[in-house]
Design a protein around this ligand. Structure first.
Ligand code: HCA
Ligand code: CU
Length: 462
């Protein structure tokens, strides 16, 4: 059975410019437990007093997941993990030549002694122990086997194979895990794969296939530099591709959304599974296929994670998609009208950045000569934002630009500092957007105006 260790609270908090408050950490732990992750790496208690407090509180929550504290091979640090009442301590000590020479100034033999001493020490405190050879992927392989077996003999029951710089390819991870499985004494093997070449999840999946036990993830793929595999993608890939069905797929988006809100670390639209575009279809060929049978262009049903497909209407759109959108409005048109509406959409779509439902209805009205009395499904709003005086407007703008639902961001003069254009499917979604805005540090006040009708914008948004 495959396991997941989520390290959002440790590796994830190592994301540049990300910092969680204690209460936020408790909420993250609670949401992770809902997903059903096997282990929660709650942090390194020696890094700061708040991290210490948070780990202690999380350990007291009595979650289903095992709670892991991260630690350097230093006795006082391991003591701190013990004080937090974690179930397990993960002791890391680098093993590659580069790290031994540049960082620790130890010989290979000295490093083995240090690891053995600290694993034994942690065991003597009654803690379960994982040993992580940091930079394992660049470590001389024979030496890696030797130091890991020494750690296992000293009491570690888990080894984390850390591709600290994300330099491996899937076939290499596969080969090394096969070899480690053969030559390591009995232990569980974790895969800690960094994403520097965008291969982290592929590497982790290859490692699992080769016999490793556990994948390290973070929510939204956060972490040092380019992070590690995203929890959401990992759970869905394990569920759909590798037959591991023990996690709650419906609990994934709530934690991903919560993370965006508290971290200011936003998903790109094309992010697999959780990105806004993951189930949107655009070209005529694709939308036609999907409307006939979603399996034509959807690798899986978005409903399994609580999402819906979207058909994008613009110049790429074909008749079928237009007809389906008009049907949603309760509007029926003749085949000839449909043809003309689609043509008009293509023409206008050529000159516009986006088309709104109100535009499509207007086109349909013009073509058919009938008044179409429907309330557009989509709500557009202009939100004015005032920024706290001590905060750089540009810092807030940077965050806003990545937020889903937000399309145009202007820095402006006057009582407000920023104006944005928001598209939402309904008032509930618009409310969520406003709530998200208010949660952004530095935003003092917002003022929202719903757009009633959008007029031609031939000299704007070119
Ligand atoms: C780091 C350490 C680590 C440890 C991984 C692990 C890595 O560089 O901060 O303990 O499994 O990537 O090697 O995150
Ligand atoms: Cu790491």
């Amino acid at each position: 059975m495959v396991e997941i260790l989520d390290s959002t609270l440790r590796e994830g908090e190592q994301t540049p410019y990300v910092n969680f408050l204690i209460d936020e950490k408790l909420e993250i732990a609670r949401l992770l437990d809902k997903v059903g992750v096997d282990m929660i790496e709650a942090g390194d208690p020696s890094v700061s007093p708040n991290i210490f407090q948070a780990i202690k509180k999380i350990a007291a929550m009595k979650l289903k997941a095992e709670i892991v504290g991260h630690s350097l091979a230093i006795k006082a640090n391991i003591d701190k993990a013990k004080e937090c009442n974690v179930d397990r301590v993960a002791v890391f000590y680098a093993t590659s030549k580069i790290h031994l020479e540049a960082k620790t100034h130890k010989t290979q033999d000295q490093a083995i002694d240090i690891v053995v001493e600290h694993v034994r020490y942690a065991r003597s405190l009654g803690l379960k122990v994982r040993y992580t050879p940091e930079d394992a992927s660049r470590t001389d392989f024979e030496y890696l086997i030797k130091i890991c077996n020494a750690a296992i003999e000293a009491g570690a029951d888990r080894i984390s194979f850390a591709d600290t710089l994300g330099i491996l390819q899937p076939h290499e991870v596969y080969e090394r895990i096969v070899e480690l499985r053969k030559r390591l004494m009995p232990c569980k093997i974790d895969l800690h794969c960094h994403d520097d070449y965008g291969l982290a999840l592929a590497n982790a999946m290859a490692g699992i296939r080769a016999g490793a036990d556990c994948i390290h993830t973070t929510v939204n793929g956060m972490g040092e530099r380019t992070g590690i595999p995203d929890l959401v993608e990992t759970v869905v890939a394990l569920n759909n591709l590798a037959g591991e069905q023990k996690y709650d797929m419906r609990a994934l988006l709530p934690i991903s959304n919560y993370m965006e809100k508290i971290s200011g670390f936003f998903l790109s639209p094309n992010k697999p599974v959780s990105g806004i575009n993951a189930f949107s279809h655009k070209s005529g060929v694709h939308t036609n296929g999907v409307l006939k049978d979603p399996r034509t262009y959807e690798p899986f049903d978005p409903a399994i994670i609580g999402r819906e497909r979207r058909i994008v209407i613009d110049k790429y759109t074909g008749k079928r998609a237009v007809a389906s959108r008009l049907e949603e409005y309760g509007v029926s048109v003749t085949p000839e009208e449909l043809e003309n509406i689609t043509d008009a959409i293509k023409k206008i779509g050529d000159t516009r950045k986006f088309l709104f439902d109100a535009d499509i209805i207007e086109i349909a009205e013009n073509v058919t000569g009938r008044v179409i009395d429907v309330i557009p499904k989509e709500i557009n709003a202009i939100v004015m934002i005032a920024v706290e005086s001590h905060v750089y407007t540009s810092a807030v703008v940077r965050r806003l630009k990545n937020l889903r639902n937000i399309y145009n961001v202007y820095e402006i003069t006057g009582d407000y500092d920023i104006s944005i254009f928001v598209k939402a499917e309904n008032t509930a979604e618009l409310n969520n957007v406003i709530e998200e805005l208010r949660a952004i540090p530095g935003i003092k006040q917002t003022d929202t105006r719903i757009v009633l009708k959008k007029h031609s914008d031939n000299h704007l948004e070119q």
